[in-house]
Design a binder for this molecule. Structure first.
Ligand code: ZN
Ligand code: ZN
Length: 647
């Protein structure tokens, strides 16, 4: 085999292609076009679009770009930090065995097997040692090794977990593995990594936990050390400030303080009890949701919580969704199943009579409560539960109506999210996976409709190639909350599968039966989870239209009770959710308590208000408004709600 000794390297933005010797490192080519400062800042190379080590030898004609620290490659920084942590642990605790150390959301971890439990003091020591390793700016180098040799290498060091991972790779037919080394520390790793340990500027070890090797409870229990890393100290500080704030806003804590909901061992984990104030917020959400659907041409449906098991056989849920479903129950010799989804019921209503092309589109919505099994360990307040109410809808339309329908769904989604205070999103369009049902023509039509709608609304989105569900493409919308955390809520999914399984048809202009296109759609996801997100987004200080109590009337003394009660009655009659505090307590105390309850308006009634028949509103933020007639306050509060509900 003759090797070409020179290759052509294209650098985007640089006109002249670089002719370099085969095997020249990416960084050395980039050095020709980068300033010294920029060269030092570069951490990775994008070679033909793929992220690689900046020291990667270039073996063929290619395009190379320098990559600088940014949020998109935080994972690589964090994974490199995990390597440095493992190195520090091995140096400090001879005999420790290392397992795996990936980057995760918000940080990284590494699993260790050691003769005694690590302590918080150990974490401090480890962190100090990591800082020394960073100071040394040790180059991080990659090498490839035949798999048998790598196996010996780790076995000799007593690294049994690494040896097991390599054996697994061997069993999969791999012949070579890559190792990364800094100083004396060598790890099995695919990479890429930062060029040297000196690039770590800001990291912190956060906590310890136990974790089974390979997540299997029959395997040894290892010790997991968690940490996080950022490219600069400011970002690290900001992250911890956000965590602090998130703790204060934790929906379980706020939910308890404001008496909104509970989950009780006695009634069952993952099952939500909505207390009066939480239930009031839910009522407001549901009213708004239903009204908006009716306004936009939807019909409401209600369907049962159980159905014959056969229904779930036809729908296919028993085949591909069984692990999320509860055991069937026997009623009069027939098996019934608690519903994990609403779709088959809506289809049953569709199929209850013949539909013509003129009847379409049909837009049907339901706040449908479903039950899905989740492992106990994953349950979390309102965010991960076993029974929840989906804000579900199904649209049945003709292929020629799909574009308009999707566009309308997307428009409605963004409007509803905006009303709830969310106007920043990450949007993903997932396309056809390898295994799928439906014709090419349908997939193209549906994917095109989703894309057109996103573009018509002028939205930025990312494509997740092949990440669609087997039955059709979808759009997922993750909303950003006030702490910039992202939550998956809305989803729009086209489905070619269920209509076929249930033989759903409409009679076309040609008098022949045709399959309609079915779209599943949720705006909020589930009421429970969305409520949790809302609580944390607003830290319990709901906007006036959503607040369970919108105003509280506070008296200074008993002689003000009559006027206070009259004010309350008039507010209530106008539809303002109002409470009265007539207790014989100091006004300051009453105000403080109302503030803790995050009630938007406090109306203090004293001698002057009584005499002038006015109210004296004070906002929960402590802003004192001028005294005004009751009517004026009512108009002001109602107008505020109207504005908030207009998005
Ligand atoms: Zn690695
Ligand atoms: Zn559905």
């Amino acid at each position: 085999m003759t090797e070409k000794s020179y290759i052509t390297v294209t650098i985007p933005g640089v006109e002249v292609a670089q002719e370099v010797q085969t095997g020249t490192r990416a960084i050395d080519v980039l050095a020709n076009v980068l300033s010294n400062k920029k060269k030092k800042q570069a951490i990775l190379a994008k070679i033909d679009g793929e992220l690689k080590d900046i020291g990667t030898p270039l073996e063929k004609d290619c395009t190379v770009e320098a990559v600088f620290p940014e949020d998109e490659n935080l994972d690589i920084l964090r994974h490199t930090t995990a390597h440095v942590m493992a190195q520090a642990v091995k140096e400090l605790f001879p005999g420790v065995k290392i397992a795996i150390g990936p980057a995760i959301d918000n940080g990284f971890y590494y699993d260790f097997d050691y003769e005694r439990g690590f302590t918080p003091e150990d974490l401090e020591k480890i962190e100090a040692r990591m800082k020394e390793i960073v100071k040394q700016a040790l180059p991080i180098s990659r090498r490839e090794m035949p798999i048998a040799e790598a196996l010996d290498f780790f076995k000799q060091q007593g690294e049994v977990y690494k040896a097991e991972l390599i054996s697994d790779l061997q069993a999969q037919g791999e012949e070579m593995v890559s190792l990364y080394q800094q100083g004396d520390f060598v790890d099995l790793c695919r990479g890429p990594h930062l060029p040297d340990t000196g690039k770590l500027k800001a990291f912190k070890l956060t906590h310890l936990a136990g974790a089974y090797w390979k997540g299997d409870e029959n395997q040894p229990m290892l010790q997991r050390i968690y940490g996080t890393a950022f490219y600069d100290k400011k970002a690290l500080k900001k992250y911890f400030a956000m965590l602090e704030e998130a703790k204060k806003r934790d929906h379980r804590r706020v939910g308890k303080d404001l008496d909104l909901f509970s989950v009780q061992e006695e009634t069952g984990p993952g099952l939500i009890l909505w207390h009066p104030k939480g239930a009031m917020i839910r009522k407001v959400i549901e009213d708004f949701w239903r009204d908006e659907h009716i306004r936009r041409g939807y019909d409401l449906l209600f369907t049962p919580h159980i159905a014959r098991l056969d229904l779930w056989k036809t729908s296919g849920h028993l085949d591909f969704y069984a692990e999320n479903m509860y055991a069937p129950m026997q009623i009069d010799e027939v098996q019934y199943q608690l519903k994990p989804m609403n779709c088959p019921f809506h289809i049953a209503i569709y199929n209850s009579k013949k539909r013509s092309y003129r009847d379409l589109p049909l837009r049907w919505c339901e706040l449908g409560t479903v039950y899905r099994y989740e492992m106990t360990g994953t349950l979390h307040g309102l965010m991960r539960v076993r029974g929840f109410t989906q804000d579900d809808a199904h649209i049945f339309c003709r292929p020629d109506q799909l574009d308009e329908e999707i566009n309308e769904i997307l428009d409605m989604t963004l409007f509803v999210l905006r009303v709830f205070g969310f106007d920043r999103y990450d949007i993903y369009l997932s396309t056809r996976p390898e295994k799928s049902v439906g014709s090419d023509e349908h997939w193209e039509l549906a994917t095109g409709a989703l894309r057109n709608a996103l573009e018509q609304q002028g939205l930025d989105y990312e494509i997740d190639p092949g990440e669609g569900v087997f039955y059709g493409p979808k759009i997922d919308i993750k909303i950003r909350d006030s702490l910039d955390r992202s939550w998956q809520c809305s989803t729009i999914q086209v489905d070619f599968n269920l209509p076929e399984r249930f033989n759903v048809t409409f009679t076309g202009q040609d008098s022949q039966p045709h399959a309609p296109i079915m779209v599943h759609r949720a705006l909020l996801g589930s009421l429970e989870r969305f409520f949790g997100v809302l609580i944390e987004h607003y830290a319990g200080a709901f906007p006036t239209w959503l607040a369970p109590v919108q105003a509280i009337v506070l008296t200074v003394a008993d002689r003000h009770n009559d006027w206070a009660q009259e004010v309350t009655a008039r507010l209530k009659a106008a539809g303002i959710r109002t409470e009265t505090d007539l207790r014989n307590e100091k006004l300051g105390k009453k105000i403080r308590e109302a503030q803790l309850q995050k009630i938007p308006y406090m109306l203090v009634i004293g001698d002057q208000e009584m005499e002038n028949r006015t109210v004296n509103p004070r906002t929960r933020k402590g802003v004192q408004l001028d005294a005004m007639p009751v009517e004026n306050f009512i108009n002001m509060a109602l107008e505020e709600c109207r504005e908030q509900m207009a998005g």
